[in-house]
Ligand binder design. Sequence first.
Ligand code: SF4
Ligand code: SF4
Length: 384
Amino acid sequence: MESSAGSAEGSISLADYEVDYSEIMGRLVSCPEECGMCCLCQPEVLPEERPFFKKNYPQFLVRTKGPQPYNALALKKGCGSCVFLENRRCKVYDHRTAYCRQFPYHIYASDKVKVELDLSCRGAWTGKGNDAVAEAKELIKAADSRIIEALEQSKAVYHEFYMNCKEAGVYQDPSMLRMTVSENASMFADLGYLSRIMDLSTIEPVMAIAGIRPETQLDMESLEEAGRELAMDSMSSSDPLSVPVYCDSQWNWNMFMAKDGRIEWLVMDDDGEMHHKEYAEATDIKLKVPDAEGTKVLIDYINTLNQRDSFMGSVFSMMDQNGYEDDMTNAYFGSLAVTVMDLLWRMSMLDHFMHIGTGADGVREAIIFYDMDRLDAPAIGAFV
Ligand code: SF4
Ligand code: SF4
């Protein structure tokens, strides 16, 4: 943790705050020219960015639909990449939005500020490029006033959430939950334990990880069904903007849409056109498990999730939606187990279509496919 940013040059901060850079310490991040994957997400245009676009490209400034509309840049054909992406390069690079500058970093405000790294960005896996912490510090400086505002609100939300938990008798110390997962991360990468954790989280008043025995007679059909339902849910939209995107190692933008139990694999081209590749019946996709090397990559990812405040915030959001019925222990361990199931089913689906395998590379590809959606889950804090 480091005291920050409140002192960005030329700006006046109302308060100092601390920034947790632990997730990105020691990481290098690059942005290969061929990628452009993050330009498939419609970037918000902040009030101070609006004059440039209004003056030079008024036709490309739009208002998004949905319950919380915002000013954004237009997309090709209304659902492709950003209109400013040409040959996978940004035409307005020096004037790109704060959202564009920040990716693949996410600044998450809970009762503190944490920088998280979107592992769907292939540039986060190259092991070369810019020092992630140095880049993030610049972004924190630039977002200073927005962070202060978001932090004030999110601190109040967290305070209220903890009070509600205590009142309902479901509060646990989040740091103790994290410690338990960190000491038992390999259990969350094992189907036998995962199955037990998912069961116990729904039937025990307050489940305990210590003493859990793995399921010896695995009901693969039920596990497969659980993973399938989770993954299919995220693919069940006819809007290309809402379905999961997977940028593969050849820089293709793959999309998957589920309808009536069938999954369609499509590839979006640079003009925003979708091209059909293949169909699969969802029930034909068999749940696969990572091999020993894949399991190591999976355990690393579980440890990353376990340290992410946005992951904890998404568990809290779910507890709030469920009316504080579940103990925080069950909600946290159960959510982590469900997340791993979702990821494993997606790995199995990618393997079905593209033969990515279940080793270290296969699990890594599944994380590249999955992490953006994971970070998109509703959370009670705020992404700045
Ligand atoms: S997803 Fe990552 S590598 Fe790809 S364009 Fe965005 S920042 Fe660059
Ligand atoms: S403004 Fe540039 S960087 Fe941002 S989404 Fe559009 S093309 Fe990508």
